[in-house]
Design a binder for this molecule. Sequence first.
Ligand code: FAD
Length: 348
Amino acid sequence: MQARTNELIEHDVSLRPFNTFGVDVRASMFARIGSIERLQQVLSDVRVIAAPRLVLGGGSNVLFTRDFDGCILKIEIPGVQCEDAGESWRVRVGAGEGWHSIVERLIDDGKPGLENLALIPGSVGAAPIQNIGAYGVELAERFDSLRVWNFGAGSLQRMTSDECKFAYRDSVFKHQADRRLIVDVTFALPRKWSPVADYADVAAELRQRNVTQPQARDIFSAVVAIRRRKLPDPLVFGNAGSFFKNPVVSRQQRTELIDRHPSLVSYDIGGGRYKLAAGWLIDACGLKGAVRGRAAVYDKQALVLVNLGGATGAEILALAREVQDAVRARFGIELDPEPRIIGHAAVA
Ligand SMILES: Cc1cc2nc3c(=O)[nH]c(=O)nc-3n(C[C@H](O)[C@H](O)[C@H](O)COP(=O)(O)OP(=O)(O)OC[C@H]3O[C@@H](n4cnc5c(N)ncnc54)[C@H](O)[C@@H]3O)c2cc1C
């Protein structure tokens, strides 16, 4: 077995092409996982058994701050299977499929429902990790179940939505990292589709395009256009999308903040809780567009940190800490990072 696994594991591999921040760190071992059989082979290698492991999809929600002394399991499991489940289409997708191309393919196949989540980078298998969301829709709303490889048990398990404990940019997987590898995700896409087009940016884009009764394709195109305008292309400036989550506060905290900062942007999320626009908080600290060496706060969207070229993960992390310190000092609010920080302790 050892002789066979030698061919499956590469050594001393640059991770620069495998993270959208474009940070140039190295991994001591790197294995491409295209099937469960391949995973089992790799996991049987004594060098892998003894080393830390990291499951990696498209690398669009991670920040490496130093070399990774362990084995990267790069998920490339393919496949799409559709089933008519009465009220919905049940679609099982391999974890290694690209998120955006699956969204587009399903719309082309007449199975809409994911169009608001168009152009989010990364893999299908990572989408449940932070319950990806954008423009009024979260993955959890279109989710049926998933299958994981449980490293501890050494077997496949199915998990329901309840077991995944989805919340705002959160799930059980964020709190129990590296215990399970998501093998595939099954979506439930409603056969009776209705548009989610009330999000301000989407509504404005559709109005501008004179679309009054949007189809899934219209929403898909609108979301793609908005995102292309607002977010930096990782191929130009390395980034991981929003670096911080929007903080959630109580009604009383919000009232106190509004008294002091009347233009504060916030959204009622029900239950007496409010989401504050983290981008507004950062902008109000005068940090939008701030440049620190080769790292910067993106000048068009303060929630995004960018690699201007050649920045290390540690430089980007130092900027993240500066942003957190400034927001804490001015507003008394903690900003939690969205991407997983690998190498140093998380910034919050
Ligand atoms: C320009 C840009 C825009 C973005 N916009 C959004 C947005 O609008 N909304 C949003 O929610 N996110 C957004 N993101 C963040 C990111 O795209 C998503 O979180 C995406 O789901 C990450 O996928 P990935 O395959 O790149 O994951 P990776 O970065 O490879 O991994 C992220 C985490 O998931 C784990 N993981 C990956 N695959 C698996 C698997 N198969 N099984 C178990 N664990 C796994 C990793 O260990 C890591 O902890 C954006 C990122 C960028 C660069």
